[in-house]
Design a protein around this ligand. Sequence first.
Ligand code: SAH
Length: 347
Amino acid sequence: MLKQKQDIRALTKEQLRMFFIENGDKSFRGNQVYEWLWHKATHSFDDMTNLSKETRTMLEENFVINHIEVDQMQRSNDGTIKNAIKLHDSLIVESVLIPTETRTTACVSSQVGCSLDCNFCATARLKRMRNLNPDEIYDQVVAIDQQSRLYHNHKLSNIVFMGMGEPLLNYKNVLDAIDKITSDEGLGMSPKRITLSTVGIPKMIKKLADDEVKFNLAVSLHSAIDEVRSKMMPINEKSNLAELLEALQYWYNKTKKIITFEYVIWKGINDKQKDANALVMYCKQVSSKVNLIEYNAIDDGEFQQAAKEATAMYVKTLEANRIVVNVRRSRGKDIDAACGQLANKTS
Ligand code: SAH
């Protein structure tokens, strides 16, 4: 039987160095290969031109470089690009490039599908198939950076983990990917330009704080009333708002980084003054700001975006209480690339 070749990017730099020593070569070859694999993001041993032909053949015999492929690319009339990304085992995830006047943001996926059942999100309709590996997350960033340079004439400026999946349920791989994205041996991006968005898993938020991460945290709140939140996000039944708050206070005390609450206002669900008041009460207990995001309808039409007046009422209530609030306009809606619309469907 043919030996199953190992994915070379699953090796640490130290393991690569060891591999060369064990094969009678110098350890620095490991550094050279590591640089090709990450900093230069090459997908072929043949590109590694500072290695001899024999070394390249030897690598080829022992390893593969699993990599993603942009299977399909759709461009919205607002400049947003949605990519269907094919993984080495043919599963598909989506990544989005979101341009503004001054910057481009990559919205990346962390899992194939999602195990959480938020009832307003299209990705929740897909079964969780598997976690993405660090290189699969890294490659999405590289691909979007290339598109940013090609279509928008500047490099990628920000990354948000707001694509498919729950990043805190793929903790190790997400943190490993971010390490490589921010390291000078990788893409050298500042962690200040990276935001991880979570449904809010208290234990893992505390772990992030303990691990002293330097990136930003966003939490999908959507309601500060347990009964309402549990209805929209079943995770709230396992860990309620009080537990979440306690974890967020722990995060802030350790990192001193302000938390962003993502919040959608739905008609007849959380569009009343009492909902806004509850949000104010919640925000006052931890250093935070609010992003009000537009609801992007998913096919079943069960939920609707609240009236403009409801957004205005929230803004007024939050501002009266000196809580920073931004109203976020949706991008890429025409190609189903907006928040909560990622569901591997092509139009
Ligand atoms: N699992 C993570 C990241 C993925 S979702 C999280 O829950 O934060 C990214 C954001 O899109 C979340 O705030 C999510 O609540 C929001 N979202 C999901 N479906 C949406 C929809 N149909 N319209 C608008 N926002 C949606």
